[in-house]
Ligand binder design. Structure first.
Ligand code: ZN
Ligand code: ZN
Length: 247
């Protein structure tokens, strides 16, 4: 089956939004829907005759779910996510950075080790708490949607009230042990591969070092300058075709 992946970075903190289209029927699933992106994405689907089947959330931060409500006004689809992030998503509009985002209701819960089928999409779920307690990674064929758990040469912050550094340590240990290689599509910035991260990402290296005990202090803390979560650039919403491949 041939699938097409559209990628856009949008919202206040430039969050990646992934639109995976099954070319046989033009159905799609969406992984994360950033703040200020819902209307444009709905328009994009309408203009291209794409039928969305579901939204998958990697976690409940506003920059990953703040655009869901606007999108649902055009397309009524289920919203998948982990139950631990219900409250976070439900309060997306009250984010401490005062970024304009709408609250989001998770309607379908995902669990660690579960395989979910949506249309012809087969999605494996790995619960990777740490950045938030409801953070998950989704695996579809050779793609890994890693949210804010794993980035290229980096990991997500663990110094928020909703974070847990010890859980992040355990999650990274799980990720470090995955044997299959995946193209890693993170919640922010550029793409990478799992193999490359397992070899070069210092955080994955650290969790594999037996002398390094789990810490109760944040593994990752960003001293904030002007940007709330990550390096921030405001870009116009512009979906582009990232990867086209036969599956
Ligand atoms: Zn986050
Ligand atoms: Zn994020």
């Amino acid at each position: 089956m041939k699938k097409k992946l559209y990628i856009t970075a949008s919202g206040r903190v430039n969050t990646n939004c992934y639109i995976m289209v099954d070319e046989a029927n033009n159905n799609c699933i969406i992984v994360d829907l950033p703040d200020e992106t819902g209307e444009q994405l709905a328009e994009f689907c309408q203009q291209n005759g794409i039928t969305p089947l579901a939204i998958l959330l990697t976690h409940g931060h506003f920059d990953h779910c703040g655009g869901v409500a606007a999108f649902l006004r055009e397309f009524n689809v289920p919203v998948y996510g982990h139950a631990n992030d219900i409250e976070l998503a439900k309060n997306a509009s009250k984010n401490k950075w005062r970024v304009r985002a709408e609250d989001c209701d998770i309607t379908n819960f995902v669990n660690d080790g579960e395989t979910i089928t949506i249309g012809d999409f087969i999605i494996e779920v790995m619960h990777t708490p740490g950045h938030t307690m409801g953070s998950v990674c989704y695996f579809i064929e050779d793609l890994m949607f890693s949210g804010d758990t794993l980035f290229h040469t980096d990991i997500g912050r663990t110094d928020f009230a909703e974070s847990n550094p010890a859980e992040m340590y355990k999650s990274l240990k799980k990720i470090a042990k995955i044997e299959k290689d995946y193209k890693v599509l993170p919640g922010h910035e550029e793409y990478t591969t799992l193999k490359e991260e397992q070899e070069n990402n210092v955080y994955l290296y650290i969790v594999n070092t037996p002398t390094m005990p789990p810490t109760n202090r944040p593994i990752k803390k960003v001293s904030t300058s002007s940007s709330p979560l990550h390096r921030s650039r405001l870009l116009p919403w512009h979906p582009r075709q990232g990867i086209e491949r036969s599956c």
